[in-house]
Write a protein that binds this ligand. Structure first.
Ligand code: NAD
Length: 488
């Protein structure tokens, strides 16, 4: 039996100016493990977005700019309190994330949500370290720079790490003194709504954090809104391009965290058992619905058979199961639509002549209508096949054999994306050499997918621009002002 829904999920409303308001239209959010609607969610109209933007603007400017004037230390304390509340409610938040997204509760409870608290605490601490410089220009001037908040930030996030990716934006935006209109993905709004309640409980002033749920149309309204100063977007490259074009009309600041087709290069001189574990983690963690998934595995020819044998043996033990079961490591694909997309890519791989060596099928769990797919591995893949070129965003690994490592690096780079990459070797010089050649925002050596709140994350090429996490994020949430005091 699939585990019964433990929490009662209340219908969603919009959070505007610290009040919960209903909308005219609603949509259902679905549990991908059962195919059943969990609850109804409000769909924000243009007027609703207007109200959210007005509330965010007032929070910046009313009462002489109370939020802006709040000391950095006080802002930091509020963000820290929010992190405490996330931890206090971690079981509930993890369960909501799993119900809405289909990811294993193990991942929600022990990876995603702890990192949300960690990211918030990193930026709570950083709030008091945001500063400009004094610049020594000439004797008759006192010149310095100030970092000021950009203003109202519109945040649009995808469904794969719903609350975690929101926290990557909220942490620096709030630490820098901005106000926020946040739109979670229509497939996974539940944790963001609960987070909104926690923000009120933490004591954030009205209008600082507004949550507007809805789909692409609500997103477009946010992007086009003249009252929004910056868009922080995580999602697909195609939507990222549309946002960039549309934001040009109001010349909004834009940061884009987009898709990937990340290469994972395994050399013959690596610890093969470690590389097998890393490869599995790299592609099957989060059901492969991970922007930095190691979806192209380059394996050196002389160890290909040994590596493949070890890989397949491990994958056979990793079958889709009830996401709410703590032992599950492969959950449900987020939606029926995404499942069909992934199955379409599996068909394309077969048609193009790749060799299916594991998985490849939809799985029905005890007759449920859930969206489960077996972890799937293709061998004999060529770098120009569709399954090697395009982001699948599902549990499908494409293995490409190589004999010359420079050629592997060249193939790894010959893709429009550049989000992440990895290399496995015991030769430290080779590791450094390869990591410098790879055109990617993150390169892992002898590991895959590790992240830290202090380390910047973002893309090269069509994986976007701007960096999230770490101190660099502050640059994207502040304007730099130069002040010149005439001393002559
Ligand atoms: P998506 O681009 O379809 O949607 C992302 C968000 O944008 C959703 O909230 C959606 O409602 C909204 N949206 C859709 N169309 C819009 C439009 N025209 N204008 C404004 N908003 C719009 O992406 P998705 O399917 O939800 O997520 C998967 C994609 O996200 C993958 O490509 C993945 O690689 C990428 N992603 C990137 C990162 C990263 O850090 N680089 C992290 C996670 C996911």
């Amino acid at each position: 039996m699939l585990t019964a829904t433990k929490s009662r999920v209340a219908p969603g409303r919009l959070l505007i100016n610290n009040e919960w308001i209903d909308a005219e239209k609603h949509f259902g959010t679905v549990n991908p493990a059962t195919g059943e609607v969990l609850t109804q969610i409000a769909e924000a109209s243009k007027q609703d977005v207007n109200r959210a933007v007005e509330a965010a603007r007032r929070a910046l400017e009313d009462r002489g700019g109370a939020w802006r004037k709040m000391s950095a230390s006080e802002r930091g304390r509020l963000i820290w309190k929010l992190a405490d509340l996330v931890e206090k409610n971690i079981d509930e938040l993890a369960e909501l994330e799993t119900l809405d997204n289909g990811k294993p509760i193990f991942e929600s409870r022990y990876v995603d949500l702890p990192m949300v608290a960690d990211v918030l605490r990193y930026y709570a601490g950083l709030a008091t370290k945001i500063h400009g410089d004094t610049v020594n220009t000439n004797e008759t001037a006192f010149t310095y720079t100030l970092r000021e908040p950009v203003g109202v930030v519109g945040m649009i996030v995808p469904w794969n790490f719903p609350l975690l990716l929101a926290s990557w934006k909220l942490g620096p935006a709030l630490a820098c003194g901005n106000t926020v209109v946040l739109k979670p993905a229509e497939q996974t709004p539940l944790t963001t709504l609960r987070f909104g309640e926690l923000a009120i409980e933490a004591g954030f002033p009205a209008g600082v954090l507004n949550v507007v749920t809805g789909g692409a149309e609500t997103g477009r309204t946010i992007v086009q809104h003249p009252g929004i100063d910056k868009i922080a977007f995580t999602g697909s490259t195609s939507v990222g391009k549309e946002i960039m074009r549309s934001a040009a009309d109001t010349l909004k600041r834009v940061t884009l965290e987009l898709g990937g087709k990340s290469p994972n290069i395994v050399c013959a001189d690596s610890d093969l058992d470690g590389a097998v574990k890393g490869a599995i983690n790299g592609i099957f963690y989060g059901k492969g619905e991970v922007c930095n998934a190691g979806s192209r595995l380059f394996i050196e020819g002389k160890v290909r058979d040994e590596f493949t044998e070890k890989l397949v043996a491990r994958v056979k033990k990793m079958q889709p199961a009830d996401p709410l079961d703590p032992k599950t490591r492969m959950g449900a694909i987020v939606s029926q639509e995404q499942m069909q997309t992934v199955l379409g890519y599996i068909e394309s791989g077969k048609k193009e002549g790749a060799k299916l060596i594991a998985g490849g099928n939809r799985v029905s769990l005890e007759g449920s209508k859930g969206f489960f797919i077996e972890p799937t591995i293709f061998g004999d893949v060529k770098n120009d096949m569709q399954i090697a070129r395009e982001e699948i965003f599902g549990p499908v690994l494409s293995m490409i054999a190589f004999d010359d490592v420079d050629e592997a690096v060249q193939q790894a780079n010959s893709n429009p994306y550049g989000l992440a990459a990895a290399v496995w070797t015991r030769d430290i010089k080779k590791a450094h050499h390869i990591s410098r050649q790879l055109r990617a925002g993150t390169v892992w050596i002898n590991t895959y997918g590790l992240m830290d709140a202090a380390l910047p994350f973002g893309g090269y090429k069509q994986s976007g621009f701007g960096r999230e996490l770490g101190a660099h994020a502050v640059e994207h949430y502040t304007e730099l002002k130069t002040v010149w005091l005439n001393m002559a």
